[in-house]
Design a binder for this molecule. Structure first.
Ligand SMILES: NC(=O)c1ccc[n+]([C@@H]2O[C@H](COP(=O)([O-])OP(=O)(O)OC[C@H]3O[C@@H](n4cnc5c(N)ncnc54)[C@H](O)[C@@H]3O)[C@@H](O)[C@H]2O)c1
Length: 439
């Protein structure tokens, strides 16, 4: 099939590369000329495991190309994915200007019948707005459908290649058949391709992200209570996760959810609810709990230094909002770094992939360490924010030798508290007892 993907960010690039991998003829279009230039030379603008070889192989094989000519991409495609960003507007609602700008271009270049797919996360009613915008500019027949994306950054290629499910909202049988054909290679093992009406598909994406954000905030609050009452959240997690009605996923406490999706999608759903007279009280609490959670490591550090943090040096391990990505959008690490800087702390940071992206916000106000150990030199404390694999089993003796004070506040519960105490650390993690150096 001839497929056009408009927007080559985390979603569009993965969608384009994966659809090319299954033999489609894919053109990816983006207004960002630097990004497109790099992609033409197989230079990826993002870090995403497994994506580089996919882009290289399919571009070399002639099935994948990149362009800034959105109109040309529209003209040469039968199926067009809109995968541009939908950032939050000032009032929290999803800003649809990019989606509707693409719809306008599609309408203006509708040279034959096409299927237009909204892949971006968009509120209920957006597919109809897209249809309206296209109709303003063309008499040609076309279909619009909603196909929200559920991939996770850090595992995006795997998620797209082997999805738990594919959700498609359609307005015609003909569209359903075309999408069935397009997705057939990805659902061969029996995971469902679920067809539904368009508003339900649009709603499904928000409901899924809102549910996941709710689980995270719930467990973060349970962890706080565990600390207060002397329970261990790791045991509580196992205890509840083995209940089939609950399940084990997404029950790890952490420093708050971030990234480009959960924060904005929760906000947008709350706004939709308010607009329709349905106050989503649970989600309002989820959001408030998450804002508080992003400061949990700062609060812990403050408690360890009752005389104040001013003049101290704190190392931060991890800047990305989660492991296996270089995405720092809404990352709790940036909130922590800003709070520490505000308190007069010298901040030394390390991340295996996200230093460049973090630099855009933090600039030269922090020190970027070339490796994890270098960040610890002279530090009075280490704060762990991202669960990168290389932080899981470090050389603790070396760490102690580098740090001025052996204090670790851990937002990911990477280590065993009793072991850290035996090694001479004060170790403060989430929802577990404070471990103090035993000698
Ligand atoms: N990132 C994720 O993990 C993820 C997962 C599922 C769904 N989504 C949703 O997918 C959408 C895209 O997210 P993303 O993370 O890929 O965004 P992104 O910011 O990484 O990429 C968006 C791209 O669209 C391009 N763009 C903007 N306006 C354009 C236009 N008029 N024409 C052509 N290109 C244009 C930008 O230059 C950018 O490259 C959002 O709605 C997001 O909520 C994201």
């Amino acid at each position: 099939m001839r497929v056009g993907v408009v927007g080559t960010g985390y979603v569009g690039l993965v969608v384009g590369a994966c659809l090319a991998e299954t033999g489609n003829d894919v053109v990816c279009a983006d207004v960002d000329a630097r990004k497109v230039d790099g992609l033409k030379r197989n230079q990826l603008p993002i870090y995403e495991p497994g994506l580089q070889p996919l882009v290289e192989r399919n571009q070399t094989g002639g099935r994948l190309s990149f362009t800034t000519d959105v109109a040309g991409a529209v003209e040469q495609s039968d199926i067009i994915f809109i995968a541009v960003g939908t950032p939050p507007d000032e009032d929290g609602s999803a800003d649809l200007q990019h989606v509707l700008a693409v719809a306008r271009t599609i309408g203006q270049h509708m040279n034959r019948s096409k299927i237009v797919i909204t892949k971006s996360t968009v509120p209920v009613g957006t597919a109809e707005k897209v249809r309206g915008e296209i109709q303003k500019h063309t008499q040609a027949p076309f279909h619009v459908c909603s196909n929200p994306e559920f991939l996770k950054e850090g595992a995006a290629v795997d998620d797209f290649m082997k999805p738990d499910r594919v959700v498609v909202g359609v307005d015609a049988d003909e569209t359903a058949r075309a999408l069935e054909e397009l997705y057939a290679p990805f659902v061969r093992t029996g995971n469902p391709l679920i067809f539904m009406d368009i508003p339900s598909a649009e709603m499904t994406k928000y409901a899924a992200n809102a549910m996941l954000a709710t689980r995270i905030s719930f467990m973060n609050q349970v962890a706080r209570l565990c600390e207060a009452v002397g329970a261990d959240v790791s045991l509580v997690r196992k205890g509840i996760g083995s209940d089939r009605r609950i399940g084990p996923a997404f029950l790890f406490p952490g420093p708050g959810y971030g990234g480009s999706c959960f924060p904005k999608d929760v906000k947008a759903l709350i706004k939709t609810g308010d607009d329709r007279g349905v106050s989503l009280d649970v989600l309002k609490a989820v959001e408030a709990a998450n804002d508080r959670q992003k400061l949990i490591l700062f609060d812990k550090l403050t408690r360890h230094f009752p005389d104040g943090l001013k003049g101290k040096t704190v190392a931060i391990w991890g800047l990305a909002f989660k492991a296996e990505t270089d995405d720092v959008r809404e990352s709790p690490a940036l909130v922590l770094a800003e709070a520490l800087l505000e308190a007069g702390v010298k901040v030394q940071v390390h991340d295996p992939e996200a230093m460049e992206t973090a630099k855009m916000q933090l600039g030269n106000r922090v020190t970027y360490a070339p490796n994890a150990y270098a960040a610890l030199e002279g530090a009075t404390a280490l704060a762990i924010v991202t669960e990168w694999r290389e932080y899981r089993n470090p050389d603790f003796t070396k760490m102690k030798g580098l740090m001025r004070q052996a204090l670790i506040v851990d937002g990911r519960n990477l280590y065993e508290p009793s072991r850290l105490a035996d090694l001479g650390f004060t170790y403060d993690s989430l929802g577990r007892r404070l471990a103090c150096a035993s000698s």
